[in-house]
Design a protein around this ligand. Structure first.
Ligand SMILES: *[C@@H]1O[C@H](CO)[C@@H](O)[C@H](O)[C@H]1NC(C)=O
Ligand SMILES: *[C@@H]1O[C@H](CO)[C@@H](O)[C@H](O)[C@H]1NC(C)=O
Ligand SMILES: *[C@@H]1O[C@H](CO)[C@@H](O)[C@H](O)[C@H]1NC(C)=O
Length: 371
């Protein structure tokens, strides 16, 4: 157990330090020859990783002293490929074909600054554009990535690739990362030091995919400042949809039409579907209020970024406070706080780790956690 935790911590560190982690599978790398040659170096403008254009190169990557991973998500993507693109400078992406976040232009040398706004501060036009871009992402198959489905993440080779819409790709990434490592209560994205960073990169990932899809280069995910309100002020048809007493989204909202498609995706099974569109804000008595600005202030006053044992038991840890496991004794809700409390407050899709990202509220909530 101890060595497993150590390995887990090392793995998290590698995920944070590894510059070329790409989420799920670029479509060119799902082809049999890429899998057989264990090489994921897609062409950009005619050469692998844009080598001819000086954007990157197809590099052998290996980890010293790496033993067999106990889960193929660890040391990603080592279980699948020996060579992946290593991009130079501000070039980024699975083929070095895009710029790192914050950069733009043909050589990725021009700063690109986009300020995320509070969602209720957006103009009606800005909000409409945001929602229609999201809707487009929900209904368009990604031409860049496929998702990997497998019933057992400990066995390489036991997998299938599937098409997914751009938004469903994002839902799947969260579900996939949130699956527990065998014999632990941990995963790479939650209950540990990586929590804020994993979710930051996750938001940057979907912002990039939606920019590429829609051509709206300034697309951003607004944040929902839940300290400004004592209820879900964005559960209206102007925003994410009003709900009826059973938790179903009002027919007048386009989000009522959001479905999980299941093009032979085993992961989208019945219980996934059942939970999809439920939202009963404030109906869980153990989580019937949103965190306040006082809660945020107390979190920000925590000096230690994280503390042993670096999981949900950590005390006096900024990360654990923010995530919502380290609950002050005089708290209104004693089951959860901060980030977790907002999830629980919704008493539905948002409240379950595997399904949470299906509800677009997830994005604006995490954008505020990121802020
Ligand atoms: C995964 O699927 C295979 C083939 O259907 C089955 O034999 C195996 O038991 C499954 N494993 C798990 C962990 O469900
Ligand atoms: C369906 O999904 C749920 C939630 O992810 C999971 O607990 C359950 O085992 C899955 N059922 C099948 C038959 O795969
Ligand atoms: C919703 O709240 C009820 C009452 O507190 C609780 O029993 C139930 O588990 C919650 N459901 C979800 C999905 O969070």
């Amino acid at each position: 157990m101890e060595s497993r935790l150590t390995r887990l911590r090392e793995a998290i560190l590698r995920i944070l330090l590894w510059p070329h982690v790409e989420a799920q599978f670029p479509i060119p790398c799902t082809r049999q020859e890429a899998l057989d040659s264990r090489t994921c170096c897609p062409l950009w403008n005619g050469s692998p990783c844009g080598e001819m254009a000086g954007r990157g190169d197809c590099a052998q990557h290996f980890l010293e002293g790496a033993d067999l991973p106990f889960d193929y998500r660890v040391d990603w993507p080592n279980s699948f490929y020996d060579k992946v693109c290593a991009c130079y400078g501000n070039f980024d992406g699975f083929d070095c074909g895009v710029c790192s976040p914050g950069w733009q232009g043909p050589d990725c040398l021009e700063p690109h600054r986009v300020d995320r706004k509070e969602i209720t501060d957006m103009t009606e036009d800005e909000r409409e554009l945001f929602i229609s871009n999201l809707d487009h992402a929900k209904h368009t198959i990604s031409n860049r990535y496929k998702i990997l489905t497998s019933n057992d993440t400990t066995k390489a080779g036991n997998f299938k690739f599937h098409e997914a819409t751009v938004y469903d790709l994002y839902v799947w990434l969260h579900y996939y990362a949130a699956k527990k490592y065998a014999d632990t209560d941990d995963d790479a994205a939650h209950r540990g030091p990586a929590f804020p960073f994993w979710h930051r990169i996750f938001l940057l990932f979907i912002e990039r995919e939606i920019r590429l899809l829609t051509g709206n280069h300034n697309f951003f995910i607004p944040y929902w400042d839940w300290t400004r309100t004592d209820h879900c002020n964005i559960c209206t048809n102007d925003y994410f949809g009003a709900v009826d007493p059973d938790g179903h989204i009002d027919q007048g909202s386009r989000f009522s039409k959001w479905k999980v498609r299941s093009p032979s995706c085993s992961f989208l099974n019945a219980s996934f579907l059942l939970l999809l569109k439920l939202r009963k804000p404030g109906k869980d008595r153990s989580a019937d209020t949103l965190p306040t600005s006082g809660d945020v202030r107390r979190t920000l006053c925590e000096d230690n970024y994280d503390t042993p044992p670096f999981n949900k038991m950590s005390k006096h840890s900024f990360r654990s406070r923010l995530e919502g496991f380290d609950i002050p004794r005089d708290s209104r809700n004693l089951q959860s706080a901060m980030h977790n409390l907002v999830h629980d407050y919704f008493n539905g899709t948002m409240s379950h780790l595997p399904t949470a990202a299906n509800d677009p509220l997830f994005m604006v909530h995490h954008s505020f956690v990121d802020k």
